[in-house]
Write a protein that binds this ligand. Structure first.
Ligand SMILES: Cc1ncc(COP(=O)(O)O)c(C=O)c1O
Length: 446
């Protein structure tokens, strides 16, 4: 039995967080409602794949800063590069040479892209891609993959979720949805909105593998309809392949967006794409100008130095292969544990090995938030913070094996809860989906 933790300090500061910050967190995905009540640790520090909370508890962490920290927390070569840059100054009145060097290093890594522009957040880049597509095509509607959970904090995307207060209907009406790997759903959109769709945006892959025939038919449809094809590589970039999933699958999107792991936790994101489109944001053409990504902190020196160090490291070490191997080890171990506890059909492990997630189902084999909460509760108690099981270069075999051991113990409790009722084991309220209209709408559902 793995030693259990106490959470007094974290519980003590919780109210202060909510008094100062709406939602008690600057990012909804990190919020209390995503974690079991009484088991939502506040983090003090991290190193590699481990984090320590205010109570001094040590945890193995998964998810790693919403998939941003691919090389591990406080990764020395990246920290050193950022620190060196800070000593030289990080923001000037004219571009620093570092901006060109980082752009060239990025374009070298992602051969499908001809130009790139940096920003701090992925949302800024996907939003810029949408604007550019609208400017290029002169059309207003956009088609997003409805199976992919997040593209931007901006209205064109949040307007298409349940939590869409404050967004005008006219904006909501412009966002259409298609289904992943379902070319008929795309054809239907083009037929119904002929001549109106500026772009298609999707992640290259999520939980099910990309059907390459779908990808090629989709690109054909885009060409035929004068619609730009945008790949959002915020998660797949630096995880599927060092050149992004587009390099792995040999797809050439018109535009693509990167962020997250690019700076190993430092804020840096990128809009990349074909010169003929990106150039519209430039100074030396005769077409109407597009105001394309221009922010005070967009080229902040230490973040770009961090990105350079990340890209360097990816050239030296096969980070992607490491994450794949450890992910497969994790999947195999967890599937064995699921079988041992007779939890087939109740707990599932899904997705790309470097981006695994787990699913939880109740006694009727229906997706269940209370069972998700219970599973997380039992993992956190035992030293594992795992909103998903997305690993990093810092997760070595010993960490993977300890994760399997902890999750296996949590599965024993899960099994009992299936037999005896989840409420007998769940110590607080259930977690809830981020996209909900009201805070308490799911409170009583099992
Ligand atoms: C696929 C995808 N696109 C875009 C974004 C937005 O990136 P950011 O949070 O850096 O604005 C995210 C963030 O989770 C994402 O997962």
């Amino acid at each position: 039995m793995v030693q259990r933790r106490k959470f007094h300090q974290s519980l003590t500061v919780q109210e202060r967080f909510h008094k100062a910050i709406p939602g008690g967190s600057h990012t909804y995905a990190k919020g209390d409602d995503q974690y079991p009540e009484f088991y939502a640790p506040y983090i003090e520090s991290g190193k590699g794949c481990r984090v320590w909370d205010l109570d001094g508890n040590e945890f193995i962490e998964y998810g790693m800063g919403l998939r941003a920290v691919n090389l591990g927390h406080a990764f020395e070569p990246v920290i050193a590069a950022a620190h060196q840059q800070m000593l030289k100054g990080i923001n000037f009145s004219r571009p620093a040479m570092l901006e060109l060097e980082t752009a060239e290093a990025f374009l070298n890594l992602v051969p499908g892209a001809e130009m790139v522009k940096f920003a701090k957040n992925g949302s800024d880049c996907t939003t810029a891609a949408i604007k550019l597509a609208r400017a290029v095509t002169g059309k207003s509607k956009i088609a997003i993959c409805g199976d992919h959970p997040f593209f931007s904090i901006d209205d064109w995307f949040i307007g298409a979720t349940k939590v869409n207060a404050g967004i005008p209907q006219s904006t909501k009406d412009l966002t259409l949805k298609f289904k992943f790997n379902d070319i008929k759903s795309v054809e239907r959109l083009f037929n119904k909105n002929e001549g109106e769709i500026a772009c298609i945006i999707m992640e290259p892959e999520k939980y099910e593998p990309l059907d390459l025939e779908f990808a090629s038919a989709l690109q054909e449809l885009c060409k035929k309809n004068n619609t730009l094809f945008i790949l959002d590589e915020m998660i797949t970039g630096f995880r599927w392949h060092k050149g992004g999933a587009q390099t792995l699958y040999n797809i050439q999107p018109d535009l693509s967006t990167f962020g997250k792991a690019m700076g190993n936790g430092f804020a840096v994101a990128a809009l990349a794409g074909k010169r003929e489109y990106m150039e519209l944001g430039g100074l030396y053409h005769d077409k109407e100008r597009v105001f394309l990504l221009s922010t005070t902190h967009g080229a902040e020196g230490h973040a770009l130095a961090a990105a350079n160090a990340v890209m360097d490291f990816y050239q030296q070490e096969d980070v992607v292969e490491h994450m794949r191997v450890q992910g497969e080890r994790l999947r195999t171990g967890l599937e064995k544990a699921i079988e041992e506890h007779q939890l087939q059909g109740f707990i599932g492990v899904h997705g790309h090995p470097a981006c695994l997630v787990f699913s939880t189902r109740n006694q009727d084999q229906q997706p269940s938030q209370p069972f998700r909460t219970l599973f997380m509760q039992e993992c956190i108690k035992r030293g594992l913070v795992a909103p998903n099981i997305v690993n990093s270069f810092a997760h070595k075999s010993a960490d993977t094996d300890l994760t399997i051991e902890i999750m296996s113990e949590a599965m024993a409790v899960y099994r009992n809860a299936l037999d005896e009722g989840v409420s007998n084991y769940l110590e607080g309220r259930s977690v809830q989906p981020v996209y909900r209209k009201w805070n308490h709408e799911h409170r009583n559902k099992t």
